[in-house]
Write a protein that binds this ligand. Structure first.
Ligand SMILES: Cc1ncc(COP(=O)(O)O)c(C=O)c1O
Length: 472
């Protein structure tokens, strides 16, 4: 019997988002001939995949909170793949990269490089501030790879291979990361399987749409006396039943966004201790101040054993990610479990050091908390005025509006969310939708109150337009 499978049909492999009628309509009204020509070359040159190629438009500049398309149209980038915490092309980061290029442009792994050591020390210190324990580090070029490092370290340190992670989570595109991830788009259905064995999943926390069926109040808050943290209890239950899980892998605040109910991470932390599992926090999008604390985990009083950083670590310019583990987990010295060519690259390390300096000097973590609180208050006001908004969630500059067709049934208003997205784009605001119907705003930490107000004004107008559009 042949083991070959039919390749998926193009519409399936490219995903509907790349070809939706709404996207086509927006393109018809906004792209000039030169942009169309570049998109055609991009489409012919790259392998197609969902949510990237074929592209929406083309970019020619990225600076501060702004991106500019090839026709000169400017957008506030409230998505930025969470790489642009310090704003695009921050002069301090650019200067540090240039200086490092002149001084030392590469370090073979067998040679210690002052810059890479300084970065490892700085992140180790940050880890100590979070957990009270010294942290040791490995660098990779991407977040997905840093997750792989964490998974391998957890296996070696515990002598176990199973993991417990969450449906609907994303941890990267590699086999290990996709195996612990829980989004079918990235697990590629059955097309790339089988994935790693032993990667168990449970439903995540997500109070507004509690997978365990519990209700929330009008402000989206759970009734803890009733639900008794069923979501955390399930983690505990599976850890106990399996008995040999190496690690729980999770985003401490889900990028959807969804915030953990009070007590969630303490309960899971205790369960991990009780059953010998490590707690791995993926802070690739949420770390470095996004949520108004340096680590998202700081909000919840539970210390991880391993933390994974990436994205904004390279200042929105260079690719660098880090797996930071408590020093006692440094038990894999006989194995090359994170053997990456750019492991000690001084240029990417210089970008990361400069990024940390900017975050500190410009007090960006506290700034993100202030601007985020201001935004959240305005978003709640929008919820009062727009029936389309079922729930408002957020912490710092990780913000979301859950759009619903009906507040009682909470039916997700995915088509409306897509229309709002393209309307906002036309008015100069870029963000993304997650889970189909959640408008997800992740602006840079350098966003000012005035810029936030301008962006939210656009959103407000677009929500009103959508309501008018839907009116009979
Ligand atoms: C939570 C999370 N983990 C891991 C990753 C993967 O990072 P990278 O794309 O750098 O491999 C991402 C990227 O979006 C992410 O959001």
């Amino acid at each position: 019997m042949s083991t070959q499978r039919e390749p998926p049909a193009p519409s399936q492999s490219e995903g509907d988002v790349n070809h939706s009628p709404e996207r086509r309509r927006w393109q018809a009204g906004h792209l000039d001939d030169a942009t169309r020509a570049l998109l055609a070359r991009d489409s012919a040159a790259f392998l197609h995949q969902s949510v990237s190629t074929p592209c929406l438009s083309a970019i020619r500049k990225a600076e501060g909170i702004w991106i500019e398309d090839s026709a000169g149209r400017r957008y506030m980038d409230f998505h930025g793949n969470n790489v642009h915490h310090v704003g695009y092309a921050h002069p301090h980061v650019v200067a540090a990269i240039k200086a490092q290029l002149d001084a030392l442009s590469f370090a073979p792994r067998r040679f210690a490089s002052e810059t890479a050591v300084r970065l490892a020390e700085a992140l180790g210190e940050r880890f100590r501030a979070l957990t009270g324990q010294h942290g040791r580090v490995l660098f990779t070029t991407g977040g997905s790879d840093a997750i792989e490092v964490a998974l391998k370290l957890a296996r070696i340190a515990t002598g176990r291979f199973k993991t417990l992670s969450f449906w609907d989570s994303f941890h990267g595109a590699g086999f290990g990361a996709a195996s612990v991830g829980g989004e079918s788009l990235f697990r590629s259905g059955a097309a790339v399987g089988p994935l790693l064995p032993g990667t168990e999943h449970v439903a995540p926390f997500g109070c507004y749409r509690c997978p365990y069926g519990h209700a929330v109040d009008a402000d989206g808050a759970p009734d803890l006396a009733r639900c008794r943290l069923a979501c955390a209890a399930m983690v505990k239950y599976v850890l106990e039943r399996e008995g040999d899980v190496a690690a729980v892998v999770a985003e401490p605040a889900r990028a959807v966004p969804y915030l953990p109910p009070p007590g969630y991470w303490q309960t899971v932390r205790e369960a991990c201790h009780a059953h010998g599992a490590l707690l791995v926090f993926d802070e690739i999008p949420t770390g470095l101040g996004k949520t108004g604390r340096f680590f998202a985990a700081e909000h919840d009083g539970a210390a991880p054993d391993i933390i994974v950083l990436g994205k904004a670590l390279g200042g929105g310019i260079l690719p660098i990610a880090a797996c930071v583990a408590r020093a006692e987990l440094d038990v894999a010295g006989a194995y090359a479990f994170g053997h990456y060519t750019h492991e000690k690259n001084p240029v990417t390390a210089a970008a990361a050091l400069a990024t940390l300096e900017v975050i500190e000097r410009e007090d960006l973590v506290a700034h993100a908390a202030r601007v985020g609180a201001h935004a959240l208050a305005r978003l709640h006001d929008m919820k009062r005025r727009h029936a389309l908004v079922g729930d408002v969630r957020g912490r710092g500059l990780l913000l979301g509006l859950d759009l619903v067709a009906d507040r009682d049934t909470k039916a997700p208003a995915a088509a409306a969310a897509e229309r709002v997205l393209y309307r906002a784009l036309s008015r100069g605001l870029s963000f993304k939708t997650t889970m189909g119907n959640v408008l997800t705003l992740t602006p840079p930490l350098v966003t000012t109150i005035a810029q936030m107000d301008a962006a939210l004004e656009i959103l407000d107008i677009c929500l009103a337009e959508e309501t008018a559009h839907a009116a009979p």
